[in-house]
Structures are given as structure tokens and as C-alpha cells.
Design a protein around this ligand. Structure first.
Ligand code: PEP
Ligand code: MN
Length: 339
């Protein structure tokens, strides 16, 4: 860290700061300017947890050098994390597509969705049984019945399933069914839920919060890693900006940023980030070209009749087209799409 002191104040302030840092095991270097004095300090920041350096006399500001997260950082673990789900490896060279309806609506709808996405090369089936809807009057999900249909679809197709948990109750219920737990954008900063889901021990897809910075998002992942669960997959799903033409603004630059800052795999949800099915394919291609490890896509057998997110859902035909177009893009960035 860098500590900036104002020279107009007592020299003893500087000596006090240096002594305190040295006593805590920090190596310090002093640069004296005409108006300010800068102290560069290298050491274990956790030893200063109860000492607010900023509030010491003469200290103008403290600039941290290292990120506030540790376990998620590249410095801590230089090699990419690969999350295993059955015989799939997320974060390896293979692009993994997770697809299915926004919400599980009934048995037929889910089984038909599963058939469609599997046929076109999706490897994991998505489907919400607990829906965190903006309006309390909207369809809230089939809950346990929905989980049972997902399990049935897994039995029939062999595809692992990913489903969202929204609280302790849904987590408890989903434990017996889900292969991957999804934490939605609205719950990214629900830290007690993150801890509970982490303790369940299953792989977790952690969506980026609606207005979360990259740093806040990584810190949310840090909560999970700190519980001893290393299987975190980040999911960029668009953020809220001044632009309202699209449902959200897909932050493609988050992909290389996450790859540089962390060792965690990152997938992209082009459905919630655009809100319009026509833009799902171009954004999916852009995501894979930008280094994403996979995609999370909403597919419905009949989007016009979907109970949730129909306008952004692909049908059998448009999903198949997307998958076909994804293969050459994957190859171009030295990735593999097995369809
Ligand atoms: C979803 O994937 O069904 C969902 C609700 O997404 P998000 O949390 O990104 O809004
Ligand atoms: Mn949805």
C-alpha cells in the first residue's frame, strides 16, 4: 500500500506511521516531495485489520495496491480453475453451453426443452423452479414439482441440471436435485446465502449483480471460496446502465478483465443481457470470441407461450442455428465446441 502524508504537519507523524508499519512487519520505503511524503509499504495487510491507518494524524490517504480479494485472485492461484460437473469440465478448452427454459412450467414443456437443447449440442440443462420475479404477481415457479421435472429430464437425457436457489428454503430443496446451483443477479450480494450455498459443496454459477462492479462481483465469489468451495463459475448477464433499449448492457469487457484478475471460469448469459431473442446469437458469438468458457441460454419450445422471458427465448430452430454458428468461432479462438 501507499500512505500519503502532508509535509505541512509534524514530522513526528511520519515517524509514528513508519514505526507502526515496521512493528507490524511491513517493509517501508520513503519518498519525500516538497508538499507530500509518500510511504510505500509491503507486508501482510491482514495484520492492520484493527488499525485504521487513514485516521492517524498527518495521513492524507491510503492507496491499496493489492485487490481486496485473495482466494479468487490470479496472484494467489496463477492457473485456471476448471470446474468438473460429471464428465464435463468448465474452464477447459471445451465451450460448455447450458440451455433450457427460464422457468420449468410443466412436465411436457421441460422434457421438450431438454430434447431440443440436447439435440443441438447443449451439455447442461437449465430451468428455474424458484423464480425471483420483479413483480410479486408474476409466475413464481413450480418449486418442488419443478425440481422433480428437472431430475426426470436428467434421467432421460443424461444432462446435468442447473437451477437457481433464492433462499435457505429453496437451497434445502434443491440440494437433492441440482448438479449446479445458480445464484441469480438479485442475490449476488446476499452474503449469508452465498455462505450457505457454498457449504452445500456443489458447483455454483454466480451471476453478476444488476449494478455490481467487477470488484464487488469477485468479492462475492470470495465469500464462496472462503467457505472452502472452489467450484465457482462466474456469469456475466449484463448490467444496468442508462441504455434502456436493451434489457441490460452486456459487459463483454468483463470477460478478459475476469480472466486477468481471477483464475475462475466465466460464462455469459446473452439472454438476460439483451432481452431480445434476435440479439442472443450475435452476443453469444461475441462472448466466445472474447474468451468466455461457456454460455447460459434461454430456450423454449414455444417462446410466444412462455410464462417467463419469452421475448428473449430461442426456439428449437434459432437455438440450433446459434450452435452451428458457434463452432467456427470457437475454433478461431482455439476452443472446442462438441455438438
Ligand atoms: C435466470 O437465469 O433465470 C435469471 C433470473 O437471471 P438473472 O439472475 O441474471 O436475472
Ligand atoms: Mn429468465
Amino acid at each position: 500500500m501507499i500512505v500519503v502524508l502532508n509535509n505541512s504537519e509534524d514530522e513526528r507523524n511520519l515517524q509514528r506511521v513508519i514505526k507502526l508499519l515496521n512493528d507490524k512487519g511491513f517493509v517501508t520505503e520513503i519518498v519525500r516531495g516538497t508538499e507530500k511524503t509518500i510511504v510505500g509499504a509491503v507486508g501482510d495487510k491482514s495484520r492492520l485489520i484493527d488499525i485504521p491507518i487513514e485516521s492517524l494524524e498527518g495521513v492524507e490517504k491510503v492507496i491499496p495496491i493489492l485487490a481486496p480479494y485473495k482466494l479468487a485472485s490470479r496472484e494467489f492461484k496463477p492457473h485456471d480453475t476448471v470446474v468438473q460437473v460429471g464428465d464435463l469440465y468448465i474452464g477447459s478448452t471445451e465451450i460448455i453451453v447450458m440451455a433450457g427454459p427460464c422457468a420449468v412450467e410443466n412436465r411436457e414443456q421441460l422434457l421438450e426443452s431438454a430434447r431440443i437443447v440436447k439435440k443441438s449440442g447443449a451439455k447442461i440443462l437449465r430451468g428455474g423452479a424458484f423464480k425471483p420475479r420483479s413483480s410479486p404477481y408474476s409466475f413464481q415457479g413450480l418449486e418442488k414439482k419443478g425440481l422433480e421435472y428437472l431430475a426426470l429430464a436428467r434421467e432421460i437425457t443424461g444432462m446435468p441440471i442447473i437451477t437457481e436457489v433464492i433462499d435457505a428454503r429453496s437451497l434445502e430443496m434443491a440440494l437433492d436435485y441440482a448438479d449446479i446451483m445458480q445464484i441469480g443477479a438479485r442475490n449476488m450480494q446476499n452474503y449469508s446465502l452465498l455462505q450457505q450455498v457454498a457449504q452445500a459443496g456443489k458447483p455454483i454459477v454466480l451471476k453478476r449483480g444488476i449494478s455490481a462492479s467487477i470488484e464487488e462481483w469477485i468479492l462475492a465469489a470470495e465469500y464462496i471460496l472462503k467457505e472452502g468451495n472452489p467450484n465457482v463459475i462466474l456469469c456475466e448477464r449484463g448490467i444496468r446502465t442508462f441504455e434502456t433499449y436493451t434489457r441490460n448492457t452486456l459487459d463483454l469487457s468483463a470477460i478478459p478483465a475476469i480472466k486477468q484478475l481471477t483464475h475462475l471460469p466465466i460464462i455469459v448469459d446473452p439472454s438476460h443481457s439483451t432481452g431480445k431473442w434476435r440479439w442472443v446469437q450475435p452476443m453469444a458469438l461475441g462472448a466466445v470470441a472474447s474468451g468466455a468458457d461457456g454460455l447460459l441460454i434461454e430456450v423454449h419450445p414455444n417462446p410466444a407461450e412462455a410464462l417467463c422471458d419469452g421475448p428473449q427465448s430461442l426456439n428449437a430452430e434459432t437455438f440450433d442455428k446459434l450452435m452451428q454458428s458457434l463452432a467456427p468461432v470457437s475454433r478461431a479462438v482455439n476452443r472446442e465446441l462438441i455438438i
